[in-house]
Design a protein. Structure first.
Length: 339
């Protein structure tokens, strides 16, 4: 395989230096990705993708927040937004699947005498917090005066709360571009070559809509990929097969979001097989690829698919949530509005 004597950005072709490059995560940091390199792209492109396609992916893939998985750099997840069946918004803590969290804003109601009251859902502790907050906003009022204007609405019953964004297979061009970037990152990271990856670059860089290079792909079982019944993992499988003329990358995120990425359909380089599996529960990584059948013809004829995947996705998602001690709750007829 031809390797570059000088390290170049695989997006722009610019020579990379310590001044114009920074760490790019192979799998995005917010997803818990640990592999990273300064030898992939310029910091300008890294920052641009972070503000665009990676941001879109973060809204499409929400399991990292629901499961409370820390980022690859070790940062704990912050609270996120949820909704109940009445479409009220809630602040939820990572790792919560359903709960009794308070709405993000109090509602204004009137008492029997017509006086306006601020109705806050929660308990006595929530009442104290709210009064202290209002006191800061209105320093001229006493706590007793504020307390008269506040009504606490006890909610001790268990309420189903859903993540505010769509929980299902991804769609939309920007998340697809971010998935393609993971495959390209891994190839360049493992081979130091930027030539064979070029057919994928227009999709990543310019939103050139060639969806048939990326698709949701659930043809491989967890057994095929040597995933134990007690693990939730990210998986990358990269193969360059000159006999088949194919260079491709299969990837799984949380063993739930599964994709095939066709990098190059005219590949004549070296035979390569690289595998990376990171168990998000134990932190253990594996790099010895298992043996399993590859549907080369299907990969060559790859076409974007997003319909008819809900059941497979739900099974995978339910499995991941159970391993983290929760249950999947989905809102019927929910549409993906995250893009």
């Amino acid at each position: 395989m031809k390797q570059n004597k000088t390290i170049k950005c695989y997006i722009s072709g610019e020579i990379l230096t310590p001044e114009n490059s920074n760490d790019e995560h192979i799998i995005q940091d917010f997803l818990g990705g640990k592999l990273k390199s300064k030898a992939l792209m310029t910091s300008d492109w890294n920052d641009e993708f972070g503000k665009t396609i990676d941001k879109s992916l973060s809204k499409s893939i929400v399991l990292d927040e629901i499961l409370g998985i820390p980022s690859g750099s070790g940062k704990a997840k912050k609270k996120f937004k949820g909704k109940d069946n009445e479409n009220k918004r809630y602040d939820l803590k990572p790792g919560k699947f359903q709960g009794t969290e308070e709405p993000t804003k109090p509602k204004i109601i009137k008492d029997k005498d017509g006086n306006e009251l601020l109705c806050v859902a929660g308990d006595k502790n929530r009442n104290t917090q709210f009064i202290e907050s209002e006191k800061k906003k209105n320093p001229s009022l006493t706590e007793a005066e504020i307390a008269k204007r506040v009504r606490i609405e006890e909610r001790n019953e268990k309420r189903e709360v859903y993540h505010e964004n769509y929980l299902g297979p991804i769609s939309g061009i920007n998340p697809i571009r971010a998935i393609a970037k993971i495959a390209a990152n891994y190839y360049v990271f493992m081979t130091k070559d930027i030539e064979w990856v070029q057919p994928l670059v227009p999709l990543i860089r310019d939103s050139f809509i060639d969806r048939n290079r990326v698709t949701n792909f659930y043809d491989f079982s967890l057994k095929d990929l040597a995933v134990s019944k007690h693990e939730v993992s990210h998986i990358l499988y990269l193969e360059g097969n000159p006999k088949e003329g194919l260079l491709f990358c299969y990837l799984e995120l949380f063993n739930t979001y599964c994709f095939m990425v066709l990098i190059n359909e005219y590949y004549t380089g070296e035979c390569i097989r690289h595998y990376y599996k990171n168990d998000l529960i134990t932190g253990k990584t594996t790099q010895s690829p298992p043996k399993f059948d590859i549907p080369y013809l299907d990969i060559r004829r790859l076409k974007w698919k997003e319909k008819g995947l809900d059941k497979e996705f739900e099974n995978r998602c339910t499995r991941a949530m159970k391993l983290y001690g929760g249950e999947l709750t989905t809102k019927p007829n929910q549409k993906n509005n995250s893009i």
